[in-house]
Design a protein around this ligand. Sequence first.
Ligand code: DQA
Length: 144
Amino acid sequence: MRVLVVHGPNLNLLGERQPEVYGSETLAELDAAIGDGAGKLGLEVHCEQYNSEGRIIDALHAARSAYAGVVINPGAYSHYSYAIADAIAAIGIPVVEVHLSNVAAREAFRRVSVTAAACRGTVSGLGSRGYLLALRALSEILSE
Ligand code: DQA
């Protein structure tokens, strides 16, 4: 079973970007951990990172014929991108949203996720292990 992981804007700077909020792991290290975790679940995973909204939407559209499900961290787009929310709703495969930080405990604007409303569920505030939990949930959803 193939799963796509999409990292949104600014996540290419993981490791150097506000490590007190997002941790010290780089995106390459995170993707390696995601690959290991996916392997243990018997999933084939592919990770991509895009800073622009349109490229995230294009990746979601392409995923519908190539992947069984998607794990996405839309970054700040979570809080206002109806276009990404519409793309998630349009593709007809399960999507799980992940946030490294606990968005419920941060600024007011981060407490709303318009993209989460289109997803099967959300994992927030558990750091990089959130991606592994999301993959596990996706694997169970896909085998139901
Ligand atoms: C984030 C939370 C967002 O509010 C923020 O804009 C990000 C990262 C997270 O993973 O905690 O870029 O999605």
